[in-house]
Design a protein around this ligand. Structure first.
Ligand SMILES: [Zn+2]
Length: 334
């Protein structure tokens, strides 16, 4: 009753099943409460298998809505292999419309490999890394900038330093046909879903598909395209479900996230006015923006400059900023 996960979907059965993974968490309103994380499993014989996940952060809606559509549209007879869909992985965070869980403050993408007897976010992460991922070939974990950030639409993979695995991941990343693709390098011990995939023997793919705690026709179109393209590339589906085909497929421009010089941080409280927008190309020394001080009207704003050149990947959406907030992050091409 107080430990373990309640999960009754049979991984080996063919068909389409929608159920829950239940995580016990005793609260004031309900002593035997269970966090019921929705899980959809669609399987039809042997073939490639993929986990499609959103809601790792609760306020990133592009993936959450795209995966709901997919659950409604795809039937077992349509596919070859298996699709496991987690549209709201950290359900308490999703229900609270927040990045982190209101129960324990947990940021799920910082708690992998989790803990089977820990706080709710740790238990869900443990279930995903140990119960779900090892049964699959590929993970696509769909992110965006969330409420506080706008993000250039990018697919993402991490280098594993295993040549064959990285070549497969890069091929799938390019198949997603996003305008930009980030190759990150955080190592296999990192607390993220990408390292969880690596530890589970699964190819990890991710992406940032917009932000601002909302969705737009463009970000939904790109997210749908990434999901459909990946399912088609793996031979799991035979047609598109959540996107339309491009007249001419997009070729992904690879970008790299690197040192701290690529970040513009606030180093004191202020109200940030950006001088550039996401997707802009910038040069070292160029003005990134100004930090105003509404408590000191006569004081000139602090001018912030880029310490390196590149393409603007993210920008903070909340104008009010405190020391330590990332205002702008750039990436380098190639
Ligand atoms: Zn995220």
């Amino acid at each position: 009753m107080h430990t373990g996960t309640y999960f009754d979907i049979d991984w080996t059965r063919d068909g389409k099943f929608v159920g829950f993974a239940g995580f016990p968490y005793s609260i004031d309103r309900s002593p035997y409460y269970q966090i019921k994380v929705p899980v959809c499993r669609i399987r039809n014989g042997e073939g490639a298998s993929i986990v499609l996940m959103a809601g790792n952060h609760g306020d990133e809606y592009e993936g959450e809505l795209t995966l709901l559509k997919l659950i409604r549209l795809v039937e077992a007879a349509d596919i070859k292999g298996a699709i496991t869909i987690l549209p709201a992985a950290n359900l308490p965070a999703v229900m609270a419309a927040r990045r982190c869980s209101p129960f324990d403050g947990g940021n799920m993408n910082r708690v992998f490999p989790g803990n089977p007897a820990g706080l709710p976010t740790q238990r869900i992460a443990w279930f995903i890394e140990h119960e779900v991922l090892p049964r699959h070939d590929v993970l696509l974990d769909i992110h965006s900038g969330g409420t506080s950030m706008d993000h250039l639409v990018c697919s993402l993979m991490e280098t594993s330093r295993e040549a064959e695995r990285d070549a497969k991941a890069l091929k799938l990343l390019k198949a997603m046909a996003m305008p930009y693709g980030i190759i990150a390098d955080n190592g296999r011990d990192s607390p993220t879903s990408m390292a969880a995939a690596l530890r589970s023997g699964c190819i990890g793919l991710s992406g940032e598909f917009g932000g601002g705690g909302t969705v737009t026709p463009r970000t939904m179109a790109l997210t749908g395209r990434a999901v459909d393209n990946l399912l088609l590339a793996l031979g799991i589906t035979r047609r598109r479900y959540v996107s339309v085909e491009e007249a001419r497929p997009t070729e992904t421009q690879i970008v790299t996230q690197g040192p701290q010089t690529l970040f513009v941080y606030a180093e004191r409280e202020g109200w940030f006015e950006p001088a550039v927008d996401i997707g802009d190309m910038v040069e070292e020394g160029q003005v990134a923006g100004w930090l105003h001080d509404l408590e000191r009207p006569l004081e000139a704003p602090l001018e912030l400059r880029f310490r390196a050149g590149g393409i603007v990947l993210t920008r903070r959406l909340h104008t009010h900023s405190q020391s330590g907030d990332t205002l702008i992050n750039i990436a380098q091409l190639g």
